[in-house]
Design a protein around this ligand. Structure first.
Ligand code: COA
Length: 261
């Protein structure tokens, strides 16, 4: 029985799940309820064998996610804020999600929204998407991984500029910096993102999970540890039926049919 959510829409399209953060009147700002539900929907999709790739987006035409819900910041103490951020971190849940996660960015992608997109594996933006870490304007700093993931992705100089000024950048600049993988016209965003998602969904889920872990290791470990782990993950692929199917299909000059085993 599929779970229903208040602020999240979940649609299964074959092997791809489309998760939509659905608070368009608040530009999909992340309040506690939305964070909890996002963590829950990822937990649900994690164990759903039908689903191989997840696309995450925001409802409406204006925003992917305009950040943490600023209303919840007023009057909150440091201890309360820490507890909120430590409980069911959506950024960690996204990063540790074993299947490829694609952010489909349709508008404002700010603060915690930008950090959520950074926690995904791939980012596809519409031409009107705008990116920023505007926390500095509120007298705070990014707390969902922005100082770390943004810096690793686009380099210290540009990350520092975005975080210290709070300025937004447009989709073209985000693409030039490597913050997004693709930019699409507004009307083509969904089709382009689904094309990418479906292409990845054809691959072996076992190999996808190993590949994701191996690549993520690059930011977590030393080069030596990462290279050693890569060999282990590579070898682990040899325990899957999918590896046998992939190799046989190549030798038999046919398309492979991966089962995720
Ligand atoms: N938290 C809570 N509510 C938010 C929000 C956020 N992060 N971002 C937008 N909203 C709400 C607005 O308060 C407004 O609600 P209202 O209609 O009840 O007043 C609604 O979403 C629409 O936003 P609005 O500001 O009217 O749209 P705009 O087009 O004039 O401006 C932004 C868009 C994104 C520039 C502006 O909303 C903004 O600066 N948001 C905050 C971004 C931010 O600082 N994020 C980081 C938080 S740590």
């Amino acid at each position: 029985m599929p779970t229903s959510y208040e602020n999240i829409l979940l649609e299964r399209r074959g092997r791809v799940a489309l998760v939509t953060i659905n608070r368009p009147e608040k530009l999909n700002a992340l309040n506690i309820k939305t964070r909890e539900e996002l963590a829950d929907v990822l937990a649900e999709l994690r164990v759903d064998d039908e689903i191989r790739v997840v696309v995450l987006t925001g409802a409406g035409e204006k925003a992917f996610v305009a950040g943490a819900d600023i209303n919840e910041f007023a009057g909150r103490t440091a201890v309360q804020q820490r507890a909120v951020m430590k409980a069911k971190s959506i950024f960690t849940a996204a990063e540790e999600f074993p299947k490829p996660l694609i952010a489909m960015i349709n508008g404002f992608c700010l603060g915690g929204g930008c950090e959520l997109a950074l926690s995904c594996d791939l980012r596809v933006a519409s031409e009107k998407a705008r990116f920023g870490q505007p926390e500095i304007n509120l007298g705070i700093i990014p707390g969902g991984g922005g100082t770390q993931r943004l810096t690793r992705l686009i380099g210290e100089g540009k990350a520092m500029e975005m975080i210290l000024t709070g300025n937004m950048i447009d989709a073209q600049e985000a693409h030039r910096l490597g913050l997004v993988n693709q930019v699409a016209p507004v009307a083509e965003l969904e089709a382009k993102t689904m094309e990418l998602a479906n292409k990845i969904a054809e691959k072996s889920p076992v190999a996808l999970a190993m590949a994701k872990t191996a690549v993520k290791n690059a930011a977590r470990t030393t080069l030596r540890e990462g290279l050693d782990a890569e060999i282990d993950l590579f070898a682990l692929c040899f325990s899957s039926e999918d590896k046998e199917e992939g190799v046989r299909a190549f030798l038999e000059k046919r398309a492979p049919e991966f089962k995720g085993r």
